[in-house]
Design a protein around this ligand. Structure first.
Ligand code: ZN
Length: 219
């Protein structure tokens, strides 16, 4: 397809050294998307066979993404089609929504990518003219005196803890939800409504700041 972004790792031909890492990445279902470094692509495009991030709600509506998080780039084969086909299975089974990788897999993918000089964060920024937002897993949601607190861990880097608070956080944002944070804004994909949603938050600077806020709330 003319102008189609080449997303598979095609550098394996250059040497057996890079082939080793390229194969390893393929075995881990990691393509050249930034997101696949920490979230498992859960389907294959039925048109081009590319690994994609796929959501399906209980009514059978479907959406395919090249990357998750703002700007939520849809997979172009499956964008603007009226009748969206079923995905092909990526290795095993098609899950109805993408899931996080283990910490070990994230490290292994990062290591393989560095060996073949692939920097998907740089590629993402070049392609979408914005840096990827910080992907986080919700560890805990706490309601206290009309305020909601979220304890998060960032997933793609060092798994550091982050603490957010807001007056109003959608009820679907619960433990294990994958969200994207940037400068006081959270975006996430509500896979029942099948669209990305956004809400404003205040980020607390540390665990101590979080505990202080929690104590003040309950006083
Ligand atoms: Zn495709």
């Amino acid at each position: 397809m003319a102008g189609h972004w080449v997303k598979r790792y095609d550098w394996g031909r250059s040497s057996s050294f890079s082939a080793y890492y390229t194969n390893k990445l393929a075995n881990l279902n990691a393509n050249s998307s930034f997101t696949s470094g920490f979230i498992k692509p859960n389907a294959m495009c039925p048109v081009c066979g590319e690994l994609v991030f796929y959501y399906q709600n209980k009514h059978g509506s479907r959406v395919y993404f090249d990357e998750l998080g703002p700007p939520w780039p849809k997979h172009e084969c499956m964008d603007n089609t009226d009748s969206i086909s079923s995905p092909r299975t990526a290795k095993k089974i098609v899950l109805r929504y993408p899931t996080l990788r283990s910490a070990n897999d994230c490290l292994e993918i990062a290591s393989c990518r560095s060996h073949i000089y692939h920097d998907p964060e740089f590629e993402f920024a070049k392609r979408y003219r914005s840096k990827p937002w910080t992907c986080c897993k919700v560890e805990k949601r706490i309601e206290s005196a009309g305020t909601t607190f979220l304890i998060l861990t960032s997933v793609e880097k060092n798994r550091r803890f982050m603490y957010l608070e807001a007056k109003k956080i959608p009820a679907s944002v619960v433990a294990d939800e994958i969200i994207f944070y940037n400068r006081g804004v959270v975006e996430y994909f509500d896979f029942q409504k099948l669209k990305q949603l956004e809400f404003q938050v205040t980020r607390l600077s540390s665990a101590i700041a979080f505990v202080r806020r929690l104590v003040c709330q309950t006083d």
